[in-house]
Design a protein around this ligand. Structure first.
Ligand SMILES: Cc1cc2nc3c(=O)[nH]c(=O)nc-3n(C[C@H](O)[C@H](O)[C@H](O)COP(=O)(O)OP(=O)(O)OC[C@H]3O[C@@H](n4cnc5c(N)ncnc54)[C@H](O)[C@@H]3O)c2cc1C
Ligand code: SF4
Length: 327
């Protein structure tokens, strides 16, 4: 492991300054559960870690009439256990519950979960200088790609590993950031960046920009949401495929529907045509199998991952049945 200095920041502004104070590469340290792995694996080489752990303003969950605000340093375990998150934003609580192990959920933070790096085994090995590390080629295209993307993988088919990102996309959340240039509020779609934008990054954060909070719009009594995740092992594991579905139902009619898929694309994938097929339909008119098929329309699987098409389709159908049959 290379040596690095560990510097606690006491405010977001100070963290931004520490990140860009000198030429040497610096990284934000939240819980460290992903970053320390990258350093040990020899794929990240920061000279400085800027810790956010002393910044109290980045912690906590606040719910009000204007929705929910979750600080970036709030742990995954706190989100999973929060009674109002569980009832109002069920998909998020279920996604948080599905992350890793209790130890990682107790240490890992929401900001770190959204900014974690992909798990592609070529990326995680210092032996492969792939596109994501600035190299010229993708080793997964002609190599082992069982866990890779079935959508939008032409440049880099590494999938985004975050469970909470998928739930937050379905819940129409926004990401709040701060840097020397000021504060920004980004939709999940604008926060996550497809490989075509910059293959070496998965999000739109600038070098001194810090994710400070996630904002979720207010719920109505009509909102129902669910998160389902398929894993290779029932113990701790990343998603082979996952789905978050959020619907609003009034007078037995679907008045809004958002479907996000995880484990199938470099960023959380919105199944727009499946959403449209649900809109303005009566609950009894919805064909869950049809919605599942629509959700995977246009998939382009690689040599080893065609199984994901059927898997993702089945998960969507199951999510539809789960929500439309619940009280
Ligand atoms: C064995 C194992 C299993 C796992 N399983 C799952 C799983 O099933 N599902 C899942 O979703 N995740 C899983 N993870 C990932 C885990 O959830 C994340 O590692 C954790 O949530 C990251 O949070 P952290 O606070 O530890 O981030 P860190 O490791 O501290 O940071 C991760 C990255 O985000 C950046 N970063 C952190 N916070 C901010 C911020 N506020 N602003 C800007 N950049 C920031 C860091 O610089 C770093 O690049 C697993 C990890 C391990 C080690
Ligand atoms: S899928 Fe992406 S991260 Fe993996 S080898 Fe290809 S370019 Fe690298």
């Amino acid at each position: 492991m290379n040596t690095f200095e560990f510097v606690p920041a006491h405010s977001v502004a100070e963290a931004g300054e520490l990140l860009t104070a000198n030429e040497a590469p610096a990284k934000i340290f939240a819980g460290g559960t992903d970053l320390l792995g990258e350093i040990k694996q020899g794929v990240a080489h920061p000279a400085r870690l800027v810790s956010l752990q002393s910044i109290a303003a980045l912690r906590g969950i606040a719910l009000g009439d204007d929705g929910a605000r979750i600080g970036a340093m709030t742990t995954i375990a706190e989100i999973a256990a929060h009674p109002q998150i569980r009832t109002r934003y069920t998909a998020l609580a279920e996604a948080a519950d599905s992350v890793a192990t209790p130890q990682i959920r107790n240490t890992g933070t929401l900001g770190g979960n959204l900014c974690q790096r992909p798990r592609c085994w070529y990326y995680r090995s210092p032996m492969f200088d792939c596109r994501k590390k600035g190299g010229a080629r993708c080793f997964a295209h002609d190599g082992a790609n069982k866990f890779h993307a079935i959508f939008d993988g032409a440049i880099c088919p590494a999938v985004h590993p975050s469970d909470t990102a998928v739930a937050l996309t379905a819940l129409d959340a926004q990401v709040a950031t701060e840097s020397a240039d000021g504060a920004r509020l980004l939709s999940m779609q604008d926060f996550f960046a497809a490989p075509g934008v910059d293959v070496t990054s998965e999000n739109a954060l600038r070098p001194d920009e810090i994710l400070t909070a996630v904002i979720i719009p207010p719920t109505t009594t009509n909102l129902r949401s669910v998160y389902l995740k398929a894993k290779e092992r029932q113990a701790m594991d990343f998603a082979l495929a996952s789905v978050a579905l959020a619907v609003e139902i009034a007078d037995d009619t679907i008045i809004s529907a958002r479907i996000a898929l995880g484990g199938v694309a470099p960023v959380p994938y919105r199944a727009h045509s499946a959403e449209s097929a649900m809109l303005s339909k009566g609950i009894s008119d919805i064909d869950a199998e049809h919605i599942g098929r629509l959700a995977v329309e246009g998939a382009t699987p690689l040599t080893d991952n065609a199984y994901k098409v059927r898997l993702a389709s089945s998960l969507v159908s199951r999510a539809v049945r789960t929500l439309l049959s619940s009280e």
